[in-house]
Design a protein around this ligand. Structure first.
Ligand code: ASP
Length: 444
């Protein structure tokens, strides 16, 4: 039997999940009614989805450590590392800034928070109602972030130097882990050639093992994706969508402009790579990012696509991609900016230029620090709203309203985040003179 390619399998699973999700939504019991078969099916889906997500996450810590240590340690000289690091940071900073400026332009032009030039009264009322009956789950998330010490931008960066690297790994604090791995790799370049070879061989083996496990996990991707997406579709609130439709569409438009115009232009003119071929190469990773809403969980698949399909060397991808999955989030940065300006429009607060500049700066900084997990932008938006002067009650209420349409937007911005990382890898590989990227193009 001919083998169906991974991206087709995932796409079919997504379509099936949409169909089954809609059917389940129709058959779910109303409030106060006894749970029925639809509830049981959804529980099974959630269970399967969580297993798949955990299996992907399981690979991340050893994969990130092994590939960064290998990436930095096998560069041989600190000079090589410095050049690659500078290119990576510059590309990621530029692409995130472009994303934020697209978001800023679109939200200021289309003004989704206004209706006939006035703050949208229906959304303002939703926020006002939330203030009265504070949604416990949202409040908990917002305060939870505060309790974990995330009250401002600096807190996010304090985690860069972990007190205990093992507990940073256990808690999935990627920024700390990456910092430690870079130091470890850099220290390796100072060893004698014999000792360094032993270490490089070890981490190279570890890296290969993680990639093999990722292949195994991917066999279950269709089932996992079905399990993750069906409950999302089944619980999508159509009524809320009516009120928030303009906001929803504005976010999609801005993300679409970045994904379909800005990034391909960077690929074409900076990387001199055919953007269409690159979309094709990244299909499996994009669909997985969309389904999981987590760029960290997608990292193993992103690495596989960038190496095997786009033809980027291990030397470049080992360093650029794990870093990108943690610090480069174009979709997230764009979304944070649109969300904050939207809330200020709804609450009748016309943010002056200086405040908008602050929003841009904070969106850039917080997108570097937030984790690549579902709804991670929430923490960043809370921080930005607080910094531009909204009260805690307003912030919590606004977050509850934004969350009503968050999941689908999260799925889309995560796909943009992952695509931008992969563009970074391809462009940097080309500037390093890698012919492999072109070879992959010719082969197709
Ligand atoms: N879910 C996003 C990611 O993992 C982060 C976010 O925007 O919430 O990349």
């Amino acid at each position: 039997m001919p083998k169906i390619k991974a991206h087709w399998q995932i796409l079919i699973a997504l379509i099936l999940a949409a169909v089954v999700g809609f059917i389940l939504q129709e058959t779910l019991p109303g409030a106060g009614e006894e749970p029925n078969l639809a509830n049981s099916v959804l529980s099974v889906c959630r269970f399967v989805g969580e297993l798949f997500l955990s299996a992907l996450k399981m690979v991340i810590v050893p994969l990130v450590v092994a590939s960064i240590v290998l990436g930095v340690g096998s560069l041989g000289t600190m000079e090589g590392f410095g050049r690659l690091g500078l290119k990576t940071v510059s590309f990621y900073a530029c692409s995130s800034l472009i994303a934020i400026l697209i978001g800023l332009t679109v939200v200021n032009t289309l003004k989704p928070g206004l209706e006939d030039g006035e703050p949208n009264a229906r959304i303002a009322k939703m926020i006002e109602d939330q203030k009265g009956e504070e949604d416990a789950a949202t409040a908990e998330k917002v305060r939870g972030a505060k309790e974990r010490g995330l009250t401002d931008v600096l807190d996010i960066f304090k985690r860069m130097i972990p007190v205990n690297v093992i507990s940073a790994a256990a808690q999935g604090q990627m920024l700390g882990l990456i910092f430690f791995s870079i130091l470890f790799g850099a220290a390796m370049t100072r060893m004698t050639t014999t000792d360094r070879t032993v270490m490089v061989d070890f981490f190279s083996g570890l890296n290969d093992i993680m990639i093999t496990i990722t292949h195994w996990v991917m066999w279950f991707a269709p089932v996992g994706v079905f399990g993750l997406v069906t409950p999302v579709v089944a619980s999508a609130g159509i009524e809320v969508f009516g009120t928030m439709a303009k906001y929803f569409l504005v976010v999609l438009l801005a993300l679409g402009l970045h994904f379909l115009v800005a990034l391909p232009l960077l690929l074409k003119f900076v990387g001199r790579v055919n953007p269409f071929r690159h979309y094709m190469a990244m299909r499996a990773a994009l669909l997985t990012a969309f389904s999981t809403a987590s760029s960290s969980a997608t990292l193993p698949i992103t690495m596989r696509c960038v190496r095997d399909e786009a033809g980027v060397s291990r030397r470049v991808s080992s360093f650029v991609l794990p870093l990108g999955a943690t610090v480069n989030m174009d979709g997230t940065a764009l979304y944070e900016c649109v969300a904050v300006i939207f809330v200020s429009q709804v609450l009748g607060w016309d943010l002056p230029f200086t405040q908008q500049f602050l929003v841009v700066l904070l969106a850039l900084l917080t997108s570097i620090g937030v984790a690549g997990i579902p709804s991670a932008s929430l923490v960043a938006i809370v921080i930005i709203l607080g910094s531009v002067g909204f009260s805690e009650a307003e912030t919590v209420a606004a977050m509850a309203v934004l969350l009503t349409v968050d999941r689908f937007l999260d799925m889309c911005r995560t796909a943009v985040n992952v695509f931008s990382d992969s563009c970074g890898a391809v462009v940097i590989a080309r500037t390093e003179g890698e012919e492999g990227v072109l070879a992959a193009r010719r082969k197709e």
